[in-house]
Write a protein that binds this ligand. Structure first.
Ligand code: FES
Length: 127
């Protein structure tokens, strides 16, 4: 029986939105305390929406699939909607993750939220 769902494998083999946004409006970086892997999200914001979302992940296959899924789910959403994407939503969208890989899904939404918070704190400073 396969350990990963087809969707996880598909996003791992063909991750969407990999890369960096050099002039990003917000950047969020998180490290996984359990395995030491790292994930960074970059966002471009226009009219309060996530116009572009990219990521760089140094982690396992599940973490890459999670990042890819978060980036797809977040694109085009408002900042508030982006903040509401939870780790659970992401794992559900991926068709679930094996129990020993749950910690890998903790990074995705968190890194996105951090990027949004980074954008918001920059805005507050400029106001
Ligand atoms: Fe580190 Fe999956 S083992 S994120």
């Amino acid at each position: 029986m396969p350990i990963y769902s087809e969707k996880v494998m598909e996003h791992f083999m063909n991750p969407r939105n990999v890369g960096e946004i050099p002039d990003a409006d917000g950047v969020g970086e998180v490290g996984n305390p359990i395995c030491g892997d790292m994930m960074t999200f970059y966002i471009k914001v226009k009219d309060n929406r996530l116009e572009d979302v990219k990521f760089k992940t140094f982690g396992c296959g599940a973490a890459i699939a999670v990042s890819s899924m978060v980036s797809e789910m977040a694109k085009g959403k408002t900042l508030d909607e982006g903040m509401m994407i939870s780790n659970r939503d992401v794992a559900d969208e991926l068709g679930g993750l094996p129990k020993n890989k749950w910690h890998c899904s903790n990074l995705g939404a968190e890194a996105l939220h951090k990027a949004i918070e980074d954008y918001r704190s920059k805005q507050a400073r400029e106001a």
